[in-house]
Design a protein around this ligand. Structure first.
Ligand code: HEM
Length: 416
C-alpha cells in the first residue's frame, strides 16, 4: 500500500485549528468548533483526516478492516534506511501496530498473562508503592506532584508487575522512553537523533531481555514476564522477538498515560476545595471522580489509523493510505454522546461515557490497572492531607500535545 496519494480538497483555513496557539491554550474549544463545523476534515498541515465526533471515532476504531492500526507501512516508505529495519520490525510486532488475526493472537497471549491475576490482587502492591511516594513530611508542606508522585508511580507499578529487578528499572525506563518516542511519532514528526536513539534502545533492551527471559523459562516466578514466556494457545507461544516488542509496550503504554491522569486529577482537586471535602467525606465517589477526569481531560488526545481502502466517513471520501487522526480529546464532550452538560465536570453523573481508553479491538489492555492506580493515589492523597491547593507559581504545559500534561504541579498541603 502506498502512502496518501494527495489531491485532497484544499483545507478551509477557518477549520485549521489543530495545534495552533488557540488549540494549545484550550483544545476543547477547538474540538467544539470542529465537531459543529467540520467533524471529519482533511488537514493539509497534518496531512491527515481529523475526526472529532464520538460516533465517527467509534466507527473508525471498531472497523479494523477499513481503518488499520499498522502504520509501519507508511513509516518504512519514509525511512528507507537498512540500519533502522530492526527498529521498525520491532514496532511492527507490537500489538498496537498489528491488525486482524495477528493482532488477535498477540493480544490473547498477552492478555492471558496479564489476567492470570485478578485486578484486586495488584491492589496491595499499588497501595504500598503509592503509600511510599505519598509519605508526606509533617506539614504544612509542599510536594511537586508530577515528579514526586505521578511519574514514578506507574513506572514502579508496572516494573514490579512485569518482574523487572528494582536495580534495572531506571535503565529500562530510559530505553522504553527512547523507543516510545519513535513508536508514537514515526508517522508524524521525528528527528534522525530520535530514530537513532530508538534503534539503539531496542538493541540494548533485546540483549537485556534475552537473559531475563531465559531465567524465567528455567525458573518461572509469579510475575507477568513468566506469564508471557509461558502463555500458550494451540501449542503456539510468543516468539522471542514478539515477547521483547510486547514487553516494551506493556512497560510503556501505561506510564505517561497514567501520569497524565494522576496530574489532571490532582490539579482538579487542588483547584476545587469543595470537591476535595466531598471526596474526603465520601471516598466511594473517587472512582466516579476518576472517570469524570478521564472523560473531560483524556490523557491520550488522539490516535491514528490508516485507511485500508477508499471509503466514506462523515460525508467525506477517504483514500487508501490516508492517515486518520481520531481525537479522543473531543469525544468525551460530544453532546450527542453525553447529552447533559457535556462541558461541565460533574462527579454525580449516572453515566460517564468516554472513549479515553479507545474502543474496539485495541481498547486499552491496562484500563483496570490505570483506574486502580488513580483511585488509590487519590484516596491516599485525600487521607493523608486535610487540604491541598495550588501555589502561586504559573503552571506550564509540557511539549507533547498528545499527552497534554503540566511540566510540574507544585501543591501546598496540610497533613491530616
Ligand atoms: C490512564 C491511563 C491509560 C490511558 C488513557 C490509556 C489509553 C489507551 C488507548 C487510547 C489505547 C488504544 C490505542 C489504539 O487503539 O490505537 C490503549 C491501548 C493499550 N494500552 Fe492503555 N492506557 C492507559 C493505561 C494503560 C496501562 C496501565 C497499561 C498496561 C500496563 C496499558 C496498556 C495498553 C496496551 C497493551 C494497549 C494496546 C492494546 C491493543 O493494541 O490491543 N494502558 N491505551
Amino acid at each position: 500500500m502506498k502512502p496518501g496519494l494527495g489531491g485532497h480538497p484544499p483545507h478551509d483555513a477557518a477549520h485549521h485549528v489543530m495545534f495552533d496557539d488557540a488549540y494549545r491554550a484550550d483544545p476543547y474549544r477547538s474540538y467544539a468548533q470542529l465537531r459543529a463545523e467540520a467533524p471529519v476534515h482533511w488537514d493539509d498541515a497534518l496531512k491527515a483526516w481529523v475526526v472529532t465526533r464520538a460516533a465517527d471515532i467509534s466507527t473508525v476504531l471498531h472497523d479494523a478492516d477499513r481503518f488499520l492500526s499498522n502504520r509501519v507501512t507508511l513509516g518504512r516508505a519514509r525511512f528507507d534506511d537498512p540500519s533502522l529495519s530492526n527498529l521498525f520490525d520491532t514496532i511492527e510486532r507490537i500489538m498496537l501496530q498489528t491488525d486482524g488475526a495477528r493482532h488477535d493472537r498477540l493480544r490473547r497471549l498477552v492478555a492471558q498473562a496479564f489476567k492470570r491475576q485478578a485486578i484486586a490482587a495488584y491492589e496491595p502492591g499499588v497501595r504500598a508503592l503509592a503509600g511510599r511516594l505519598l509519605d508526606l513530611p509533617a506539614g504544612p508542606g509542599r510536594v511537586e506532584f508530577v515528579h514526586d508522585v505521578a511519574i514514578p508511580l506507574p513506572v514502579l507499578v508496572i516494573s514490579d508487575i512485569v518482574g523487572i529487578p528494582a536495580s534495572d528499572q531506571a535503565q529500562i525506563k530510559a530505553w522504553c522512553d527512547d523507543f516510545s518516542i519513535v513508536a508514537l511519532n514515526f508517522y508524524a514528526r521525528i528527528s534522525d537523533t530520535q530514530l537513532a536513539a530508538g534503534r539503539d534502545a531496542v538493541a540494548a533492551f533485546s540483549a537485556y531481555m534475552r537473559d531475563l527471559i531465559d531465567q524465567r523459562r528455567r525458573d518461572p516466578r509469579d510475575d507477568l514476564l513468566s506469564g508471557l514466556v509461558h502463555a500458550a494457545e494451540d501449542g503456539g507461544r510468543l516468539s522471542f522477538d514478539e515477547l521483547v516488542a510486547n514487553a516494551l509496550v506493556l512497560l510503556n503504554a501505561g506510564n505517561e498515560t497514567t501520569t497524565v491522569l494522576l496530574v489532571n486529577a490532582a490539579h482538579m482537586l487542588a483547584s476545587d476545595p469543595g470537591l476535595q471535602s466531598r471526596l474526603r467525606a465520601d471516598p466511594d465517589q473517587i472512582p466516579a471522580f476518576v472517570e469524570e477526569c478521564l472523560r473531560c481531560f483524556p490523557p491520550v488526545q488522539f490516535i491514528g489509523r490508516l485507511v485500508a481502502q477508499d471509503t466514506d466517513l462523515g460525508g467525506q471520501s477517504l483514500r487508501q493510505g490516508d492517515l486518520v487522526l481520531t481525537f479522543l480529546g473531543a469525544a468525551g464532550r460530544d453532546g450527542d454522546a453525553v447529552p447533559e452538560d457535556p462541558e461541565q465536570f460533574r462527579v454525580d453523573r449516572a453515566q460517564m461515557p468516554h472513549l479515553s481508553f479507545g474502543t474496539g479491538p485495541h481498547v486499552c489492555l491496562g484500563l483496570q490497572l490505570a483506574r486502580l492506580e488513580a483511585r488509590i493515589a487519590i484516596e491516599l492523597l485525600l487521607q493523608r492531607t486535610s487540604g491541598f491547593d495550588l501555589t502561586d507559581e504559573a503552571l506550564e504545559l509540557g511539549p507533547n500535545l498528545n499527552l497534554r500534561c503540566f511540566r510540574a504541579l507544585p501543591l501546598r498541603y496540610r497533613r491530616a
